[in-house]
Write a protein that binds this ligand. Structure first.
Ligand SMILES: Cc1ncc(COP(=O)(O)O)c(C=O)c1O
Length: 381
């Protein structure tokens, strides 16, 4: 693992670094060029402007339209690329961090990966504080991007929780490491802003502001808050359905959770009354069942929280009248869940069998490739 001293030795001169950073940041939000056939300037210019697709085969026979925002298409693999870039960019613009800063963040999931990518591109140092529950795959990804790993080995003695231990470790590092700075996705307004002006604005633009329900899964509640704010900005009456993990304390009661990504052990600061019109709780087994349904129906290999959204849509399908338009944010891709959600032996160990949504196998039938729509025009016809 590269030490801070090694990293310092590789640092470019200040003006050279500034020019390189400007190259990346001037192109954010990405210009249409980044999504055209012309070459993009750098990896950060490809964050955002993810595809919105119609899921015409997800719930056949239902009279409502479902759209999915594929956030796994961001270059770091999840929607957290957006807040990662946004928070770093705003901290740089306001002078809170500079090339000598060391970013310190407590996360072992998608935000850490997004941040590691941004820091690698901008030649900034990053220390990620993790606990022993971090997956080996994510550890390897973080190291590959050049992040330093700081592992807390024991839960916090006062609360018995790793999260509290990680937060205390971040506070200690910020106080003791020269130039250390904590962006803190739990309180940073750049987190919801990235979704208000990015993810959700893109969905509403693509659907010409005609949307009845927006479905989001929640953890820091950055995307939920951004969703509500974008809807208020435009004066729409789109309603928001928040999908939380059973065992999370945001809408439920503390309990054991196996799958990472959604849910939280403490109510996050971005959460507030009135952000969600309704909420649903999904179990780990329902997430697995939803993921497997999604990949079988739509050939879309997505992460656990996306499966929770699919299971919720499946459960609520009878309530939405014909013509209702529903859009869901699918936060990440499925590859990092191959050893859990998509592993039959893992499922059997934890649930006794591979969980399925009702009707998955019964309704399975061959699809004529010619009949698969390839454009919106075809879908609407
Ligand atoms: C896979 C996944 N789903 C859902 C969420 C929840 O998003 P938010 O933090 O915006 O509430 C996250 C956040 O990290 C995530 O990684």
């Amino acid at each position: 693992m590269a030490s801070h001293a090694d990293n310092r030795a590789r640092r470019p001169a200040a003006q050279v670094w500034r020019r390189r950073v400007d190259d990346h940041l001037m192109l954010y939000p990405p210009s249409p060029l980044a999504r055209s056939s012309r070459p993009a300037a750098g990896i950060l210019s490809t964050i955002g402007h993810t595809p919105l697709i119609r899921l015409a085969r997800l719930l056949p026979g239902t009279p409502f339209e479902i759209y999915a925002k594929l956030e796994g298409h961001n270059p770091g693999g999840s929607m957290k690329d957006r807040p990662a870039l946004r928070m770093v960019r705003e901290a740089m613009k306001s002078g809170l961090i500079n090339r000598r800063s060391v970013l310190v963040e407590s996360s072992s999931g998608n935000l850490a990966v997004g941040l590691a990518q941004v820091c690698a591109a901008l030649e900034l140092r990053l220390t990620v504080v993790v606990d022993p529950k971090v997956t080996q795959a994510n550890l390897k990804i973080l190291r590959a991007y050049g992040a330093d790993i700081d592992m807390v080995s024991t839960p916090d003695p006062d609360t018995g929780e790793y999260l509290a231990a990680r937060r205390k470790r971040v506070t200690h590092l910020v106080q003791t490491v020269p130039g250390a700075f904590n962006l803190n996705q739990y309180t940073n307004p750049g987190n919801p802003r990235a979704h208000r002006e990015g993810t959700v604005a893109e969905i509403l633009d693509a659907l010409e502001n005609r949307l009845d329900w927006l479905v989001v899964s929640i953890s820091t509640c950055g995307s939920l808050r951004g969703a509500r704010e974008a809807i208020v900005d435009r004066g729409l009456d789109t309603r928001v359905l928040a999908v939380d993990a059973a065992g999370s304390v945001i809408f439920g009661q503390r309990g054991t959770r196996l799958l990472p990504g959604h849910g939280a052990g403490t109510v996050p600061e971005h959460m507030a009354d009135g952000l969600a019109d309704e909420h649903a709780l999904v179990t780990d087994a329902q997430c697995v069942a939803g993921c497997r349904w999604l990949v079988q129906r739509e050939a879309l290999l997505a992460g656990a929280s996306s499966g929770g959204i699919v299971a919720t849509l499946h459960r609520l399908q009878a309530r939405w009248p014909a013509g209702t338009r529903v859009a869901a944010i699918l936060p990440d891709r499925g590859e990092r869940y191959l050893d859990t959600v998509y592993d039959d032996a893992w499922c059997e160990r934890h649930f006794g069998a591979v969980p399925r949504l009702d009707g998955l196998n019964a309704e399975r039938r061959p699809v004529d490739a010619e009949s698969i729509p390839t454009s919106f025009a075809e879908l609407d016809s």
